[in-house]
Design a protein around this ligand. Structure first.
Ligand code: PSV
Ligand code: MN
Length: 390
């Protein structure tokens, strides 16, 4: 690799930004049990304190996604100021229309117009919050669906969904976007109202340029070629962002890059190929994970590093050699170019980049040395730990 190429790779890695989720710092679990961990934040402010540690050690995680109502506060402007004092910004606002009893049969697709109005009011409130926090993106995920054939009218539910989405779209201000997330099942088991990228894309296309699709890497059936979806959405200019995590079975929400680092590399290669690492491409790289059994802050640091490693390998692909092999139909040659990059150990390169920025080469070790874990264990006594209470 030439010096100029290496400089470009380093620049891309230095400017990459990865958003961490407020809920990743709180307790979480399965539908059987939420396990409490010592030192877990009790307030949105304490979640930001933890997120600031992740940014301090990695240098690439300056924004934090909020989930409403899990992160509800009286004054969002004050929360944004609190974040700023710690070198952070408030990022994507995630709506939550899946935890009230009213939503048993759906939220924006519910057969009862009164429930739909309630859900819509929440989504609009989230845009008000974005105004106060200065957030660009509203991320919408709906648990809506049905469990039994005949339970509700599949097509009417699409009409109801479109109506609410359009009302939210109209409310978006200058520079604000809505990101529509899909998931093939869970909690609904028969139909899901936004089950796949095609449904999300169709709605976003209908809505207009401020509506884009978000790809949660855990939200596909086994064997789905996610990088194909990424390539296609980028080509259509409709990829708004990622919710990164790993899965072995369903929506496991494990650390990104832990289950299938090769898949993450293939996804990041399409990102690089599609020019989506550039900031003006408007693709948000977010984590959406739950650290049920592992310590949360180091797990989030590790996840950020996993995304960086996959990105570095993707950037190392010799694009000219690859294009040449592809043009000449050299199947094995083309595959070898990709595999060469994947099999490169990029840890030293990333360590060097960190040191050049005045960071520790090993962010996890630096975190462990910092004493933060024992400090929060001592200080965060009493009060109600944050968590989504399964
Ligand atoms: C749904 O499974 C999801 O991926 C959505 O992004 C939610 O906002 C998030 O998880 C809640 O943890
Ligand atoms: Mn998600």
């Amino acid at each position: 690799m030439s010096d100029a190429d290496l400089t470009a790779v380093k620049a891309a890695l230095t400017s990459q930004r990865i958003e961490t989720p407020s809920w990743g710092y709180g307790n979480s679990g399965t539908r059987f049990k939420v396990f409490a961990q010592p030192g877990v934040p009790r307030t949105p402010e304490e979640k930001l304190d933890d997120a600031a540690r992740v940014h301090e050690h990695t240098g690439v995680a300056p924004t934090v996604a909020l989930h409403i109502p899990w992160d509800r506060v009286e004054d969002y402007g004050a929360l944004a100021a609190y974040a700023k004092e710690r070198g952070l910004r408030l990022g994507t606002i995630n709506s939550n229309v899946f935890q009230d009893d009213d939503y048993k049969l759906g939220s924006v697709t519910h057969p009862d117009a009164a429930v739909r109005r309630k859900a819509l009011a929440h989504l609009l409130e989230c845009v008000d919050i974005m105004d106060a926090t200065g957030s660009r993106d509203l991320k919408l995920w709906f648990a809506d669906g049905t469990n039994y054939p005949g339970q509700d009218d599949i097509r009417a539910r699409q009409d109801r969904l479109a109506e609410s989405l359009s009302a939210v779209y109209e409310r978006l201000g200058e520079g604000q976007r809505m990101l529509l997330e899909y998931k093939f099942f869970e909690p609904a088991f028969y139909t899901t109202d936004v089950p796949d990228w095609g449904t999300a894309y169709a709605h976003c296309l209908q809505l207009g340029p401020k509506a884009e699709v978000v790809v949660d890497t855990g939200h596909h059936a086994p064997g789905t070629n996610i990088e194909f979806i990424v390539a296609l959405l980028l080509r259509e200019g409709k990829l708004g962002g990622f919710d990164f995590n790993s899965r072995f079975y369903a929506d496991d929400d494990l650390m990104v890059g832990s289950a299938d680092p090769f898949q993450l590399f293939r996804i990041m290669y399409e990102v690089v190929r599609g020019g989506a690492l550039e900031e003006d491409a408007g693709v948000a790289f977010m984590l959406d994970q739950c650290h049920n059994i592992e310590p949360k802050i180091p797990a989030i640091i590790r996840s950020v590093m996993n995304v960086q490693e996959a990105t570095a390998k993707a950037l190392l692909v010799d694009r000219d050699a690859l294009a040449g092999a592809q043009r000449s139909g050299d199947v094995l040659g083309a595959n070898a170019v990709l595999m060469d990059a994947y099999n490169t150990d990029v840890r030293q390169l990333l360590a060097q980049i960190r040191q050049e920025q005045g960071l520790d080469a090993d962010p996890v070790a630096a975190y462990h040395r910092s004493g933060w874990a024992s400090r929060i264990t001592d200080e965060r006594k009493g009060g109600q730990q944050a968590g989504w209470g399964a």
